[in-house]
Structures are given as structure tokens and as C-alpha cells.
Design a protein around this ligand. Sequence first.
Ligand SMILES: NC(=O)c1ccc[n+]([C@@H]2O[C@H](COP(=O)([O-])OP(=O)(O)OC[C@H]3O[C@@H](n4cnc5c(N)ncnc54)[C@H](O)[C@@H]3O)[C@@H](O)[C@H]2O)c1
Length: 444
Amino acid sequence: MRDELINKITNKQAQAGVIGLGYVGLPLLVEFAAKGFRAIGFEVDENKAKSINEGHSYIGDVPATRLNEMVKSERLRATTDFNNLSDCDVIIICVPTPLRKTKEPDVSYILAAAEEIQKRLRRGQLIILESTTYPGTTDEVLLPMFEETGLKLDEDFLLAFSPERVDPGNPQFMTHNIPKVVGGVTPDSTTAAAHLYSQIVNDVHAVTSARVAEAAKLLENTFRAVNIGMANEMARLCYALNIDTWEVIRAAATKPFGFMAFYPGPGIGGHCIPLDPHYLSWKARQHGFDSRFISLAEEVNSRMPEHVVQLVADGLNDERKPMNGSNVLLLGVAYKRDVDDVRESPALSIIDRLRAKGAKVRYHDPFVKELRFDDAHIEGSGEPLSSVPLTDDELRSADCLVIVTDHSDIDYQRVCSVAPLIVDTRNALNGDVRRGSKARIIRL
Ligand SMILES: NC(=O)c1ccc[n+]([C@@H]2O[C@H](COP(=O)([O-])OP(=O)(O)OC[C@H]3O[C@@H](n4cnc5c(N)ncnc54)[C@H](O)[C@@H]3O)[C@@H](O)[C@H]2O)c1
């Protein structure tokens, strides 16, 4: 079965299906179509499927012109009809993997996608899970579901895990030039999945099992969470000691070995770094293991919004202004630079805390027109907000401006010359920009 599928892949006769067309799934679908495969995307959201079929991209990293060209040439389409899964030789699952309120993994989206596959599984198919999850999901959860159909692994179907490493908003690294780790539940599964990805990415790294691939992804993101936690702790220490954190990091980073620069910020956000380590610590607990680095990083990182609000309060206090009734303007609410994603963004927690203290909060973000707190997965309260234009009047009337996201397309020099008090959590106002500024600047 493996060799038949490999031949079909080599000849581009294999049909590729991607389930879940978000930040991960849509770029992947486009990559398959670009490399000559017939690509079909499966969505539960009718609006997304419709938008794709009309050639409209809702993902920043996928240019509408590229998508449109593929739709027009009938190489790519999207559907909400899962019956089309039986036409696919390869099916890749890219659905969300959030946390429950208890911070335990919520694999219900994976299960829902797998049930659709299970109903239609046929001989000759390769199933790959790309959603980030705990080690064991592919062989402990998916394999038994697919074997319930009576079909046999290796004889009838193949199953693998391949973590997604896409970095939305990063123009240097896209799907095709980010090395791809691939681990099959069996050696045949690894071989077929590695062959598939070698058609669309430059560099494939095969490992001996799905579990290794699952764990590798969690190591990568836990590494980031822990190191950002350390940078945040260092920033708070430097603040207490009145030392410039950013200058310290710049100096340390001149060491050409044994140091990798990580930077502090207002807190971590997005669908990955705040969530993924919990998938690992949950699995660890099942085995009576306490993952202490993960807990500590979470503790430090989750306190950063509170620290930012304290900096605002300190700044206002120096001006003899109470937080209650002060105008606070946030510059940037997306979780990172140049993206429109507000999932788990620290801005939401900062706004919530500022409002709880009576501040009147507004924001400007060129990528995020509206902010609804029910989207944010925080226990937040309050009315939705809309981005306000960054006029001189807006800057001048803010008792405090807080730079939460350092989007590129902002004139920071002008911001510095008009706003009276600024809390800069991203070092957006680095040396040259600050020079000659009239604003009082408090840096993280
Ligand atoms: N966003 C990132 O930067 C990133 C990077 C690496 C890995 N990941 C991982 O990739 C996975 C997907 O993340 P994302 O950011 O693309 O999520 P997303 O929310 O942007 O997209 C997921 C899509 O899946 C759809 N969906 C949900 N259930 C479905 C179902 N049963 N059938 C079909 N479609 C369904 C949703 O409507 C949505 O469009 C997650 O596990 C995430 O941790 C994300």
C-alpha cells in the first residue's frame, strides 16, 4: 500500500485534503496546489469555505492573487461537505487545540475531524495530524478510532504526526522553507509522510515515531515560553535595579556562542506559546511527573500584564493623576507585530485590569479594527472596543500611552513628540526614536 501511495504522490496524482483552514491549514493547502496536487480544504465555517472559493484570502500570509489563481485553475477548492474526504489520498488535520478552563488539553476538534475521517476511511489513505498536541495523541487516540473500521494500519492505511511550525507574519520563513519534522506510527507511515512533505518543503526531518514528533513540537514551544519567562523576570529585576534591560540583552547577545537573545514583553499571546506547554505538563502529570520549568514560566509570564498596569499607575502617579478616570491609549492589541491575531493577547488582560481600576481605555491597531472580549478566552468584562485613528489629538489627550504591540507601520517619532507619557513594553522607542522626544518614557 505504501509504495502505491508513494507512486501516486510522485506523479502528483494523489489528491490532498486539509481539514481546518486557519493560519496553518490554508497556507498548507495553497502549497499543495502550488506544487501541482489537486487540493481540497475542509471547513466547518461556511464563510471561510465560500471566501476561499471566491479567491478571497483571510490569512495575511496567503496573498489573494495566489489563492485566486489556484481556485480559477481548479487546483484548489474548499468545502463543508466531508463526504469529499473519501476522494482524498492524503488527509492532513489542522484544527485548533485549545485548553479547557481547567488548562487541560481540549482535543475535541481533533476528535471531531477524526470522526469525519473514520466514517469514510478507505484503503490507500495516509492520515497526518498537524495540530499541536500531547505525545501519544496520534497512536493512543487516532489509531484505535481508525482501526475500529476494520481496516489495518500499514496494510490499508498509514498514520503520522507532523508538527506545524509556521510563524504568521514572518516573510522570511514560510511553509516551503521551514524544515518539517515527520514521525509515523509505523516506519511505512513515516516513509510515506516524509515523501509527501518532500514535495512541498525543502527539508524534511524524519523521526522514528509520532510520539517523538509530537514531543519535539512541545519542546520547541516550551523552550520559548521558558526563555521568554526568564527575559521577563530579568526585565522586572532590571526595573527594580534601575538598569536598562534592553541594553543588558544587547550586550549579552554579543557573545557568539552559548547565548540566544530572548526579549521581555507585556506577556505571551497567540494560539501556541501560552497553550502548548500545558499539553506537555498535562501529559507529565498523567505519569506522576511535575514539570516545574513550565509552571514557573507560566507564573512569570502571566504576571506581566499586571506589571504593565503597575507601570502605568506609577507613571500617572508621578503626574499626580489617579488611574481612576485617566485616559489610557493602547498602541497595538495583536499578540505580536504585524499580525491581526488577538488570541490570548496580553492586551486583553491589560485592558481588563485598567478598566477594573476605572481607567478610560481606547486603542489603536492598524490590523485589529474591533476587539471583543468574548473572543479572548479571558474572564474579561466590558464593552467591545474599536480601533481609533492615531491622530495628534488622540495622542495628546491620552494621559498615558502604552505600546503593547510594536507594529512596523507606526511613526514612533511622531508618537514620542506628541504623547506626554508613554509606557513602552517592546522597546519600540529605541535610542534614535527617543532622542529629542518630549514624552516621559517608562520602559519595561
Ligand atoms: N497559528 C499558529 O501560528 C500555529 C503555529 C504552529 C502550530 N499551530 C497549531 O496548528 C493548529 C491549528 O491552529 P490555527 O492557528 O491554524 O487555528 P485556526 O483557528 O486559525 O484554524 C483552525 C480552523 O479549523 C476549523 N475547524 C475547527 N474544527 C473543524 C472541524 N472539525 N473540521 C474542519 N474544520 C474545523 C476552524 O473553523 C478554523 O478555521 C493548532 O493545533 C495550533 O496549535 C498553530
